[in-house]
Design a protein around this ligand. Structure first.
Ligand code: ATP
Ligand code: MG
Length: 389
């Protein structure tokens, strides 16, 4: 055995690209130098954070907005700018970005922050009190020779609050020289915060509205210049991606995904130009992958709830909570969870964008009822669920 396993595999490498100049600018993690249509929001962050340049701890900020409205990008952009602006100032500012999907408990976040700030604490084994003390120690005056101001960006903070409660916010708000920037997809995330924490948070709120089709087109124009060779996009491509993403609640990430997938489809079909029809195909590809990913990773009981919703939808029923539970019990054949638990599942499915719920008034006697409706294609769902249940 002297052959190297990588020998003779060149045919598996992508062919030379005539469409993409550089795919990186289409990646979600790419941070553009310019964020069109977010000037007001970024300026708003800067107006609070400018305090740090004078040596004062800024106010806490909460950013709200639906998915793909540029919250993460804007926060990271403001972070870079602040660090840049602080370079020739006699202040010591650290901005730490924490994704609460990666660090989803108070313990994990504090450990991570300690480590980032150069304090070597173990990732497990200590009590929470020990970690809190170690963390506060770093923030004590003069720990770095100068007064440290720490800005903590808590992205997707809802995840942490839901899982671990508001302990982290409590600790951070009760430690000197810390400003929090929380990022949330939901306007109602404060339901997870107790009054005593809310009152010390005293956050300023900044809303990120969904982009409209024209704004999305501006964003895509800038990105496409970096990503595609000149004249590879048919004129209709960007308007189509923008219009389709505007319908999906103004999601810039979706618009970028459409553009990239349309380019991939052009290559797969041997074209050296991206046609408008590839954007429509891209929509199906993205939807298919999304449904598949979501459905196969759901726990079995949730798949059954979804199967029940699918069945009722196909039967043309208006889906009330009661009907859903009956149908779900039939599908589960004895191995069913409680009525209450079903509603946690319904909430989770709604968060994933698979269903939506609408509260309707059923007349005075009957009060209000939740009506559930499917947000994805029934055939697509059936195809994916069929293999699982
Ligand atoms: N104004 C903008 N200009 C250029 N690119 C943008 C703009 N807004 C968003 N994007 C891009 O769209 C994608 C999604 O943006 P971002 O991740 O900031 O959204 P988000 O609001 O944090 O979404 P989520 O709630 O899903 O985390 C990223 O690739 C980002 O660079
Ligand atoms: Mg984000």
């Amino acid at each position: 055995m002297s052959d190297n396993i990588f020998e003779g595999l060149d045919e598996y490498l992508p062919v030379d690209d005539t469409i993409f100049k550089d795919k990186k600018p289409l990646d979600h993690r790419f941070l553009p130098e310019n964020l069109p249509h977010r000037k007001n929001q970024i300026t708003a962050i800067a107006r609070y954070w400018v305090e740090a340049l004078k040596g004062t701890t800024p106010s806490n900020i909460t950013i709200y907005g639906k998915t793909g409205t540029g919250k993460t990008a804007a926060a990271k952009f403001a972070k870079e700018q602040l660090i840049d602006a602080s370079k020739d100032k006699p202040v010591f500012i650290r901005v730490e970005y924490v994704r609460c999907t990666d660090f989803n408990t108070e313990y994990q976040v504090l450990t991570h922050l300690c480590q980032r700030l150069g304090r070597d604490v173990p990732s497990r084994g200590w009590t929470k009190g020990e970690i809190v003390n170690a963390f506060r120690d770093i923030l004590r005056r003069n720990a770095f020779g100068r007064n440290l101001i720490l800005i903590v960006i808590l992205d997707e903070v809802d995840i942490l609050l839901e899982k671990d409660g508001d302990g982290l916010l409590y600790t951070l708000t009760r430690t000197d020289n810390i400003a929090i920037l929380s990022i949330s997809n939901y306007l109602n995330f404060k339901q997870f915060i107790k009054p005593r924490v809310a009152s010390s948070l005293m956050d300023k709120e900044i809303v990120f509205p969904p982009y409209d089709a024209e704004q999305l087109a501006d964003i895509l124009e800038e990105r496409s210049e970096l990503a595609f060779f000149e004249d590879t996009l048919e004129d209709s491509v960007i308007p189509l991606c923008s219009a389709m993403a505007a319908k999906e609640e103004g999601d810039a990430r979706y618009a970028l995904d459409l553009l990239e997938s349309a380019g991939d489809i052009a290559i797969d079909n041997g074209f050296d130009k991206v046609l408008g029809k590839f954007v429509r195909e891209a929509k199906d590809v993205i939807e298919y992958n999304k449904v598949k990913d979501v459905v196969i990773t759901l726990p079995t009981q949730q798949q059954r709830v979804l199967a029940a919703i699918l069945k009722l939808t196909q039967e043309g029923e208006e889906i009330t909570s009661g009907k859903l539970f009956e149908s779900y019990k039939e599908i589960s054949k004895g191995d069913a969870v409680t009525y209450r638990r079903i509603f946690d599942f319904v909430n989770e499915l709604e968060m994933l964008g698979i269903i939506s719920t609408n509260t309707v008034s059923k007349g005075r006697a009957k009060g209000r009822t939740n009506i559930i409706s499917l947000q994805i294609d029934t055939d697509l769902l059936e195809e994916n669920l069929y293999n699982l249940l």
